[in-house]
Design a protein around this ligand. Structure first.
Ligand code: UD1
Ligand code: CA
Length: 457
């Protein structure tokens, strides 16, 4: 037991986002902003984590899963009211409760830990995480007395012109003595311009009772952005992108232009991988050493082996082996696996299929619901006809088969090992091992006919 607890505020609609999507679910590098907050809190190992949900409660809870307990705030009456909802779960606990807003996703675990340590070592009843910013517009201002003690926080909307000039802001993160917090919350009123119950008012209340209140000022100003609108969201994306990319650069990944390369926080990249501009690599992706990811590719939730090349392609929820060659302009859709040294070339779409080692689908083909063995050559323009309008069917092509150009494989169908399909065939029946199948209309040639027709003009 660490006697540490966390409350994450995530019940607001996020009106200023002007969106149907609830604010804390807006993604940064492909992940909902609230998940950054919960992940950063984890290293501090709190005993109980409580997330306050309201607007979009169902969706927020399903995104977070079992990382946190939840309490629903039915009506959003302000941040103090939100924290009060955690009372049934936390009221009688002794220790430190950290309160964090779900819309400040850039604060790191180290900063949370520093705040905890500072608060606990001074034995304060409340410690505010503050920072100085160039433009404090919109934030609560930290007002200090002549001897620099924290007095209270005034919200932007309630501040006088003079108070608005203060550039030390409340980041919305605090540590409280848990029992003092809930005792003070009962005394917060909503006499302010927004008629909301403000959590920062707890500071003034504790102060009036002669309790010790402190502030921990972080210099990591760009950790503390509160995302209230899409301008701030775009800024946060930039900060997070830089943070993630610099980490990979230091680990030996070449990123030609980090400003136009988007790598999610859960992506693992081994050294000597090269990533060209305009590329997005998101979700739980891993990329093996020596692999080259060409410009403008989109890769999500993929396991990619070593020394492979992927150019200008979209690859999702799939597995690519070693020394494979993908693109340019390939579309690899979910549940696909491409074997070692295999090739999926330009204008090829592969869906829910296995492409065996050394197999080549080099141009203009559709491979869907198919199992392709090893060392197969699929000619240009081949289509696995997998859908009869109602059901999906499987195509199986065994090792060493050769499929001529412009073949339709009407599934369900199996092409046996080493079999050969003549170009232009429409295959409806299984082909046994080592057989040749030709299924196309016979050509008829009429000597001299062309001249005759043309002469009539
Ligand atoms: C809040 C602080 C402000 C601080 C800023 C830092 C208050 C009154 N103000 O302002 O001093 O500078 O954060 O970013 O606390 N929420 C609920 N239930 C509610 C209201 C809000 O869960 O009833 C949640 C929101 O979903 C959000 C967080 O609390 O995640 C903060 O609310 P928001 O409205 O964004 O507060 P700010 O105006 O940014
Ligand atoms: Ca906010």
């Amino acid at each position: 037991m660490k006697n540490r607890y966390a409350i994450v505020l995530a019940a607001g609609q996020g009106t200023r986002m002007k969106s149907k999507l609830y604010k804390v679910l807006h993604p940064i590098l492909g992940k909902p902003m609230i998940s950054y907050v919960l992940n950063a809190l984890k290293p501090s190992t709190v005993d109980t984590m409580v997330t306050i949900v309201g607007h979009g409660a169902e969706e927020v809870m399903s995104q977070i899963g079992d990382k946190s307990r939840f309490v629903v705030q039915e009506e959003q009456l302000g941040t103090a009211h939100a924290v009060l909802q955690a009372e049934p779960l936390l009221k009688d606990k002794q220790g430190t409760t950290i309160v964090v807003c779900g819309d400040t996703p850039l604060i790191t675990g180290e900063t949370f830990e520093q705040l905890f340590t500072y608060h606990e070592s001074l034995q304060s009843k409340a410690t505010i995480l503050t920072t100085k910013v160039e433009n404090p517009t919109g934030y609560g201002r930290v007002l200090r007395s002549e001897n620099l003690d924290v007095e209270r926080i005034v919200e932007h909307k309630d501040a006088t012109d003079e108070e608005k000039r203060v550039n030390e802001i409340n980041t919305g993160t605090y540590c409280f003595d848990n029992e003092a917090l809930f005792a003070a919350l009962a005394k917060v009123d909503n006499n302010n311009s927004q008629q909301e119950y403000y959590l920062p008012d707890v500071i003034e209340i504790l102060k009036a009772e002669g309790e010790k209140v402190t502030a921990f000022m972080t210099e990591n100003e760009d950790e503390t952005i509160g995302i209230n609108d899409r301008v701030a969201l775009a800024n946060a994306e930039k900060v997070m992108r830089t943070r993630v990319n610099e980490n990979h650069l230091r680990n030996g990944v070449t990123i030609i232009d980090p400003d136009t390369t988007y790598i999610g926080p859960e992506v693992t990249i081994e050294q000597d991988v090269t990533i060209q501009p305009g590329t997005m690599i998101l979700g739980e992706t891993t990329i093996g050493t020596g692999t080259f990811i060409g410009a403008n590719s989109e890769i999500e939730n993929c396991i990619i082996g070593n020394d492979s090349v992927i150019r200008q392609s979209v690859v999702k929820d799939s597995k690519i082996g070693n020394k494979a060659n993908i693109g340019p302009f390939a579309h690899i859709r979910p549940e696909t696996s491409v074997g070692d040294r295999a090739r999926v070339g330009n204008f090829v779409e592969v869906k829910k299929s296995e492409v065996g080692a050394d197999t080549k689908v080099s141009h203009l083909s559709y491979i869907g619901d198919a199992m392709l063995g090893k060392n197969i050559n699929i000619g240009c323009g081949t289509v696995t006809v997998n859908f009869d309008g109602v059901h999906k069917h499987q195509t199986i092509i065994e090792d060493d088969a050769f499929i001529g150009c412009n073949t339709n494989l009407i599934a369900p169908v199996t092409v046996g090992e080493g079999a050969l399909v003549a170009a232009g065939s429409t295959i409806t029946d299984d082909i046994p091992k080592d057989a040749l199948a030709i299924a196309r209309a016979k050509q008829s040639t009429k000597e001299g006919y062309a001249r005759k027709i043309l002469d009539q003009k």
